[in-house]
Design a protein around this ligand. Sequence first.
Ligand code: SF4
Length: 373
Amino acid sequence: MLGLYLHIPFCAAICNYCNFNRGLFDAALKERYMAALLAEIASDGDGAAADTVYFGGGTPSLLEPAEVGALMDACARAWTLTADAEVTLEANPETVTQERLAGFRAAGVNRLSMGVQSFRDEELWRLSRLHSASRAVDAFRAARAAGFDNISLDLMMWLPQQSVADWLASVDALIALEPEHASLYLLEIYPNAPLGDAMARGRWSVAPDEDAADMYLTGLDRMDSAGYVQYEISNTARPGRQSRHNLKYWTDGEWLGLGCGAHSTRAGVRWRNASSTEAYISAVTGGQSTAVDRRVLSAEERLEDALFTALRLSNGIDVEAVKSRYGVDLWGRFGEALRPFVDQGILLYDGRAVRLTRGGMLIAHEIMTVFIR
Ligand code: SF4
């Protein structure tokens, strides 16, 4: 089954840490982008079955519900959406009201992923977010009142001036709302991000590395105690409420990315669309291909990707599945290089699966290098 990803590259303001493909909202540009996106959907559709749709961004909740409805209708014409398709919309708290949320729900969205990042106002202010903690709580309640019974909240840890106790206060506030899913990320400060300058000006610092590790481990422990089950390095959910769309990325699945900068992987071929919004719109309106970097993955690349992504999962890499899909004896090939991590207690191998312990997830990138030939 395919997953469909639709990129909406507009934001009401640009957050000082952001490294995503996005730009400032512009109503005229949005009109042209919507037309291009609808045209790309119509031309790419081949009727194949799809069981997830994901509106990511940027800030997709800046779209009008009718626009989301038009995109959903176009997808339903272009592909065969299953009756139980998971349809996720990323939303920022300041963009939604109960009425708009009810509109998204009526348009076919059945899962919301809300970027909260912190439940402490001073942290939100340092990140230049447009919403307050109480606005995020109100948005969550409005989503429930609008009929959403599948909501994910994002939080970020290791924020400037954030202590372990501060972080846990946000985790507790999240748990109190009882969302079905939560994503807990470590903030990465990119070299050119304005946040770096803001930190220098404000003399803000981040907690030492060992505190970051403590935030990750204790945050997830609290989620465990509240009945959530971690299924990926940064993701935890109530049983049965994992993100079906994101699992496609981590389980060797197939997906089509529509819109500027969106990536696709299908039938062993990978490509991405032009990143710039204008370049994407002119390619579509000029009747040219939007795809750049299209290439057939080699068997080795497919294996490498499958191992990288499966190791992110709590279930780890299924040794038998790798053997039947790629004809590779995982432990025979990589066992010697993986053994030291097993001896350190950060990687587990029971003959059937290779998986990271939670401590191992903190240094997953180091362990993944074993798979690079
Ligand atoms: S709302 Fe999200 S995509 Fe937009 S600037 Fe902020 S972090 Fe980036």
